[in-house]
Write a protein that binds this ligand. Sequence first.
Ligand SMILES: Nc1nc2c(ncn2[C@@H]2O[C@H](COP(=O)(O)OP(=O)(O)O)[C@@H](O)[C@H]2O)c(=O)[nH]1
Ligand SMILES: [Mg+2]
Length: 373
Amino acid sequence: MGSVVWREIPTVLTAEELLDKAFSRAKKAGDAVVDKDRIYRTRKQMIRMVGSAGDSLSATLVGWVHKWPSLDRMSYFDVAMVEAAVGCDQYRQSLGACQWAAGKCVEIAQQNAKKIRRMVNLPPMHEARREAYGRISSIMYRIDKDLDFLMEARETLRTLPMIASSEPCVVVAGAPNVGKSALIASMSTGKPEIASYPFTTQQLHVGHFINRRLRYQLVDTPGLLDRPMEERNPIEMQAIAALEHIGDLCLFLFDNSETGGTSIQAQKNLLSEVAQLLPQTPLIVVDGKGDLIESISSEDWLAVCKMEADLENDPDGPIPEIRNPDTGHLVISATEMAGIERLRFEIIERIGEQQDKNPLSLPENWPIRDDSV
Ligand SMILES: Nc1nc2c(ncn2[C@@H]2O[C@H](COP(=O)(O)OP(=O)(O)O)[C@@H](O)[C@H]2O)c(=O)[nH]1
Ligand SMILES: [Mg+2]
């Protein structure tokens, strides 16, 4: 299952805007009719107008229904996001209403065209055309609330993070201000995408890097895996369950300097909660803000930074590794770009180990068509 590209959803119009567009198109279609005989001409014009109004409304509505991703074909993660952002029931209902109205518009147009076809006098023809317009308008006004909902939903959904369920995904957890976003930015090729979760006003980053033609996703978790769990509502719990579905690895970032404002003890509590919430997801604990860790000597630190910088010129050179002597965890610094390549290596290894355990995964070096490079 691919990821939903929310940004590609077309604009939704109000009932009034849709009707204006459809009726002005219908008028043009009517005006284009030529026939010397007044009765024939009017009959053709009225039939054209009614048909054109019904068809264009129906085509627009059905077009929307097809362009809005179907909940049945969405990944578990996307469904959880839709549920939290706008509600799946309302989502389904509003698209259903568009589908219903599309059918009704065509039906009314056909009924009235049939009537007009049998008429011999001019006034009833105009009357039947007006009646069709009136009934079509009332159908459209009946779905106005659904159109409003879709219009707003589109704005909200466009900001959701897009995660491809077919690509490996690292979920980055840790208390606020420990450096999660900075780490994602430092590991990503290009600028991470900015997105938002429906649970928090904080923005989050989604980054990517490519290794051996495989694209790895890194996703931030503000508002989800950054605070004590007693504060969770059911919708947030569902979103956390969705993270377990897409996360191949959870990276828990620790800030021993406590400069982020969360004590070491509170971070340890959070770590054990995250481990319980994602029981199936392998976990790596990483100590961030390595430049602030006092038990690492400045000589060691400088040596690591230099080796890491040398990798720019010689990508096959040795990948430096630095560990916190107090905790044994890998250490990184996003601001000084140290330990980043070792962590990347570790991520690739850990995800690779899991895929080796998966009997359905392809052997290494298996030729896979890759359109992303
Ligand atoms: N000294 C130091 N500061 C860092 C490092 N990484 C992040 N920070 C700082 O920590 C603060 C919070 O970082 P951010 O990435 O927004 O944390 P998040 O809330 O976990 O996403 C920012 O002021 C960063 O500049 C690091 O490796 N070293
Ligand atoms: Mg952040």
